[in-house]
Write a protein that binds this ligand. Structure first.
Ligand SMILES: Cc1cc2nc3c(=O)[nH]c(=O)nc-3n(C[C@H](O)[C@H](O)[C@H](O)COP(=O)(O)OP(=O)(O)OC[C@H]3O[C@@H](n4cnc5c(N)ncnc54)[C@H](O)[C@@H]3O)c2cc1C
Length: 498
C-alpha cells in the first residue's frame, strides 16, 4: 500500500502499527518485508518519492571537515530504495575475525560471532541475488600457505531495492509505505523510556503528523541515523541515546587505496581477465597485529597499451627504482628486460579501519528545510590504519619476490616515515560505506545500541544498518546490513507476537 504524504494528510489512519520503520533503503525495506512476512503491520516511512528530487536531496547536504570525502549529498540517495539506487553490488560477508574483540589492537568486537548472522546467509544472498563470479580460480596460486589467500567476492547484479520491491510493497496488505515522510523527532511517554509516536514532516507541506506504533526502527543510513538521534533533544540536550556521548563517534569507512604497483614477468604470470582479490590469513593478521584487508589486482588486460602504463614501466625499471624497491622489500632486484617486457598493474586495497572516537558525525548550526541541524563529518584515518596498509603492500611484495613472479613498488606516502594520507588523486578515497556511528555493544559505556539493535535507555526504539557495526572488516557492508535487518525483523516480530 502506498500513501503520498505530500498530497493530503486527511487519509492518515488512526492506526497503531506493530512497527514503524523509518527509511526505505536496503535496511528498511528488508526489515519491513520480514515483519510483514511474520504477520506484522508495518508503517514504512520514506523521506523521498520514487525518484530523486532536489528538495529531498538538500537535507543530505552537510560539512565534511576531515579527510576529503564525497560531498555528503552526492554519495547518498534520499528516495525510495536509498543508496541501493546506485550501489555497485559487491556483496561479501564479514570474516569471522571481524566479529571478535582484538585486545592486541585495542579493538572491541561484536556482541556475537559470525555464526549468529550466518543463519541469514542464504536469505540475504537471495535478496541481493549475489553470485560468485565464474573466474574465481586464482592465476597466481596464492592459497593461504603464504598467509595470503585468494578471495571470491559475490556480486549482486546489482539489485535496486526500488525496482525489485516496489510492486510487492504496493500490493502488500501489511506494509503501508508513506512517501515524502521526513522523520524529525520522537514523542515519549512520561517516564521518557518508551517512544509513543514518531513525528514526520511531508516534503512540500508544512503540516507535521505523527505515526504511532508499538516499536520503531531507524534505518536512515550510517550518517543519518546518528544525525537524527543527535537532533532529537526533547529528552536530553545531547540528543537521544547519547547519555555517554557515543552517538556519531567511531565513524569508519573502507579506505579504497592504491598502495603500490606490481611489475610482473609476463612469461610467468598467466594473463587473466577480471579482477582478483587476496586477503591475509587470520594467523597473519594476529601475528602482525594489523587490521583486516583485501587486495585487488585488476585483470592483466588493464596493464597493456596505455600511455600511463608505458611511462610507469619505464620509471619502474630505472636503477634507482630497483634499488629502492629491493631495500623496501628486502629482495634481489628483478630483471625488467626479459621477454616482452614486464607487465604493470596497480595494487589496490580495501581496508578495515580501527574505530576512532574522534572520527565522527556531529551537527552544524545550519538547518535543513525540516528544522534539523545538518551533519558535519570528520572522517579520520589513524596510525594503525596506515601501518596496516604498509604491512599489506610489503606482504604481497615479498610474495611476488619470493616466487620471482614480479616486484612491487610501494606508494611513496606509505614509504614515508611516518606514512601519511595522500591526496585523492594518488588513489585514496572512501567507499561511501558509513559505519559505526551507533555501534552495538553489550553495555551502554561501550555502545549506543544493544545486541538486538535496541537503543540503550529506550524501551522500543531500534536502529538498523551499518551504523550499528562495532567493527567493519573490509567487506562492503550491504550484505551484512541485510542479514542484520532479517535478524532484527525476527526479533521484533517475536516481541510483537509475544
Ligand atoms: C557509489 C556507491 C557504491 C556503493 N557500492 C557498494 C557495494 O558495491 N557494496 C556494498 O555493500 N555497498 C555499497 N555501497 C553502500 C550501500 O549503498 C549502502 O551500504 C546501503 O545503501 C545502505 O543501506 P541503508 O538502507 O542502511 O541506507 P540507505 O541506502 O542510505 O537508505 C536510507 C533511506 O532512508 C531515507 N531517509 C533518510 N533520512 C530520512 C528521514 N529523515 N526520514 C525518512 N526517511 C529518511 C533515505 O531516503 C533512504 O531511502 C555503495 C555506496 C555508494 C554511494
Amino acid at each position: 500500500m502506498i500513501l503520498d504524504t505530500d498530497r493530503d494528510a486527511s487519509w492518515l489512519p488512526e492506526r497503531i502499527y506493530d512497527v514503524c520503520v523509518c527509511g526505505a533503503g536496503p535496511a528498511g525495506i528488508t526489515l519491513a518485508r520480514r515483519l510483514a512476512a511474520r504477520g506484522c503491520d508495518v508503517a514504512l516511512m520514506e523521506a523521498g518519492g520514487f525518484g530523486p528530487s532536489a528538495e529531498s536531496t538538500d537535507a543530505y547536504r552537510g560539512d565534511s571537515v576531515g579527510i576529503p570525502f564525497l560531498p555528503l549529498h552526492v554519495g547518498r540517495l534520499r528516495y525510495f530504495g536509498g543508496t541501493s539506487n546506485h550501489w555497485t553490488g559487491h556483496a561479501p560477508a564479514l570474516d569471522a575475525v571481524d566479529y571478535r574483540p582484538r585486545p592486541d589492537c585495542d579493538l572491541d568486537g561484536w556482541p556475537f560471532g559470525r555464526e549468529e548472522l550466518d543463519q541469514y546467509a542464504d536469505e540475504a544472498g537471495a535478496i541481493l541475488e549475489s553470485r560468485v563470479p565464474e573466474h574465481a580460480h586464482d592465476p597466481l596460486g596464492f592459497d593461504g600457505k603464504d598467509e595470503l589467500r585468494a578471495v571470491a567476492i559475490p556480486l549482486s547484479p546489482p539489485v535496486r531495492f526500488s525496482a525489485k520491491y516496489r510492486r510487492e510493497i504496493e500490493r502488500s496488505d501489511r506494509i503501508w509505505l508513506h512517501l515524502h515522510a521526513n522523520l524529525v523527532d520522537f514523542a515519549f511517554d512520561p517516564d521518557r523510556r518508551g517512544v509513543t509516536g514518531a513525528r514526520f514532516r511531508p516534503l512540500r507541506r508544512k503540516q507535521e503528523f505523527v505515526v504511532r506504533a508499538r516499536h520503531y526502527a531507524l534505518c536512515l543510513g550510517g550518517i543519518e541515523n546518528a544525525r537524527l538521534l543527535l537532533n532529537c533533544r526533547a529528552r536530553s540536550e545531547s540528543g537521544l541515546g547519547n547519555e555517554t556521548g557515543l552517538v556519531g563517534r567511531f565513524f569508519c569507512d573502507h579506505p579504497h587505496v592504491r598502495i603500490g604497483w606490481l611489475l610482473y614477468d609476463r612469461q610467468r604470470v598467466p594473463a587473466f581477465a577480471g579482477e582478483r582479490y587476496y586477503a591475509p590469513t587470520e594467523g597473519f593478521i594476529a601475528r602482525e597485529q594489523v587490521l583486516n584487508y583485501c587486495l585487488r589486482l585488476p585483470g592483466t588486460a588493464m596493464a597493456s597499451g596505455d600511455g600511463l602504463g608505458a611511462r610507469l614501466r619505464e620509471a619502474a625499471c630505472s636503477t634507482e627504482f630497483i634499488r629502492a624497491l629491493a631495500a623496501a622489500i628486502g629482495s634481489a632486484p628483478f630483471d625488467c628486460g626479459n621477454g616482452a617486457g614486464p607487465g604493470l598493474l596497480p595494487i589496490e586495497g580495501v581496508f578495515e579501519q580501527a574505530p576512532n572516537p574522534d572520527s565522527r558525525v556531529t551537527l552544524t548550526d545550519a538547518l535543513d528545510a525540516f528544522g534539523l541541524c545538518r551533519a558535519r563529518l570528520d572522517w579520520r584515518v589513524g596510525a594503525l590504519d596506515l601501518r596496516t596498509m604498509r604491512v599489506a603492500v610489503t606482504q604481497i611484495g615479498r610474495r611476488f619476490a619470493a616466487s620471482d613472479l614480479g616486484r612491487v613498488q610501494m606508494a611513496p606516502w606509505l614509504v614515508a616515515e611516518p606514512p601519511y594520507v595522500p591526496e585523492r588523486r594518488e588513489g585514496f578515497f572512501g567507499g561511501s560505506h558509513h559505519i559505526g556511528t551507533t555501534r552495538m555493544a553489550d553495555h551502554p559505556r561501550a555502545g549506543v545500541v544493544d545486541r538486538d539493535g535496541r537503543l540503550f535507555g529506550a524501551a522500543n526504539l531500534y536502529v538498523g544498518g551499518s551504523s550499528v557495526f562495532p567493527r567493519s572488516g573490509w567487506a562492503n557492508p550491504t550484505y551484512t546490513i541485510v542479514q542484520l535487518a532479517l535478524r532484527l525483523g525476527d526479533h521484533l516480530a517475536a516481541r510483537v507476537k509475544g
